[in-house]
Design a protein around this ligand. Structure first.
Ligand code: HEC
Length: 110
């Protein structure tokens, strides 16, 4: 691996999202989409799914709502910058499992 030429690196939020996406992609590749770890989600949505930044908190959401949102990101009926690409390789079972996981976690107000 060589470092990218700094002159050719675009600065700003998009570059940050792109680099986070790249590291999430490494997690996908290492485990395969089916055994996707929820850690990839917490990279952006905060530890335990509770966000302390501008990302939405996903912990404690209703599991059905969560699964519906993820399926809508996957089929493109819900517009997204990154989520559609992230959940693209996931199966219905992956999505159901991820939804159940974050639904079972305590939300931000608990
Ligand atoms: C690269 C950062 C990133 C990662 C990784 C990521 N998300 Fe997201 N997520 C976003 C962004 C940004 C949005 C806002 C929609 C958009 O533009 O994609 C979002 C939106 C969402 C929403 C909608 C929340 C709401 O209230 O509108 C859910 C649910 C969600 N993500 C779940 C997940 C799950 C589950 C994972 C792991 C499979 C995950 N996210 C991984 C960045 C990320």
């Amino acid at each position: 691996m060589t470092c990218p030429d700094p002159d050719r690196v675009h600065h700003g939020v998009f570059a940050i999202i792109a680099s986070v996406l790249a590291s999430a992609g490494i997690a996908w590749a290492a485990d395969g989409p089916r055994s996707v770890t929820v850690e990839a989600c917490t990279t952006c949505h905060g530890p335990g799914g509770i966000s302390h930044g501008t990302m939405p908190t996903i912990a404690g959401m209703d599991s059905e709502t969560l699964a519906e949102v993820l399926l809508a990101f996957r089929d493109g009926s819900l517009e997204s910058t990154v989520m559609g690409r992230l959940v693209g390789p996931l199966s219905d079972e992956d999505i159901a499992g991820i939804a159940a996981y974050f639904a079972a976690l305590p939300g931000a107000d608990q």
